[in-house]
Design a protein around this ligand. Structure first.
Ligand code: ADP
Ligand code: MG
Length: 255
């Protein structure tokens, strides 16, 4: 359970979060939509404790992420997976090394050590799970955009986090690849049974994967609802979304 209470954050005169409150339930996929620059990435960084607010609280299972730093923050982050906007794979590492990276780190923090051969097997099966088996020896530059996203998702789901955050997972992908990444997000949610928070401005994929959709505008969540009610909500930005997707019944929900 994530409970965000009255979050404020400004950069100089730029007021980005202006008293934002939001509750995210266990076992849901919440998609947060909003125009570019509306504060989606800033919000996710606050939820993960990577950015500190001017005021307000972010409770994850009753732990206030705004107060955590150093080792305490790190140990909480072992419960959280983050798929960054650009994939953010390490260019100089193979896919095998990339995908095993955080699992290895987290095990070290927990004082455990995984045998090399076990590690290889876990990476191999995780790559198969996300549909890119056979890429172990390749480098990120060898992969297509969609495959890089999959590798980035594998790097998080490998340690079975309770919370998964995706920042613009379908940006820059063609519609078919975007839909496949959407399916993968739903599959991971079904398997891990945790909570997924997806930031997106791809409304078609959002409608497909979301249990609820939240609109961030003017520094707050202006609308939050199930996909159908969301699209029927009378709000200028949502009217524009309707324009983009046309008849939303065309987009089958996977939830
Ligand atoms: N570290 C930072 N320093 C100053 N301004 C920032 C910083 N991070 C984000 N911003 C500003 O906050 C606003 C929201 O950014 P962001 O959350 O990245 O938007 P988006 O919704 O596109 O993800 C933008 O105006 C951006 O310029
Ligand atoms: Mg962003």
């Amino acid at each position: 359970m994530i409970h965000i209470k009255n979050l404020f954050k400004q950069f100089g005169p730029n007021k980005v979060l202006q008293g934002l409150s939001l509750e995210i339930s266990n076992n849901e996929i919440l998609v947060i939509v909003g125009r570019s620059g509306s504060g989606k990435s800033v919000l996710i960084k606050h939820i993960m404790g990577l950015m500190k607010p001017d005021s307000g609280e972010v409770l994850i299972d009753e732990i206030d992420m705004t107060q955590l730093e150093g080792p305490k923050l790190y140990s909480t982050l072992t419960n959280i997976g983050m798929i960054f906007q650009m994939g953010a794979l390490f260019d100089s590492m193979t896919i095998e090394e990339n995908v095993g990276f955080f699992l290895k780190e987290h095990q070290m923090v927990a004082g455990k050590k995984i045998q090399k051969s076990d590690m290889k097997e876990i990476v191999r099966s995780t790559l198969a799970k996300v549909g890119i088996e056979g890429t172990m020896e390749l480098y990120p530059a060898d992969l297509s955009g969609g495959m890089r996203k999959r590798a980035s998702i594998a790097r998080s789901v490998i340690y079975k986090p309770k919370y998964l955050f995706y920042d613009e997972p379908t940006t820059g992908l063609d519609p078919v690849t975007a839909e496949n990444i959407g399916r993968l997000i739903v599959a991971q949610q079904n398997e891990l049974q945790g909570t997924s928070v997806v930031v997106s401005h791809d409304i078609a994929t959002s409608l497909m994967i979301a249990d609820r959709i939240a609109l961030i505008e003017n520094g707050v969540i202006e609308v939050i609802a199930k996909p159908k009610e969301f699209m029927e909500y009378n709000h200028p930005t949502i009217r524009k979304f309707n324009h983009v997707v046309g008849d939303y019944k065309l987009h089958g929900s996977l939830r």
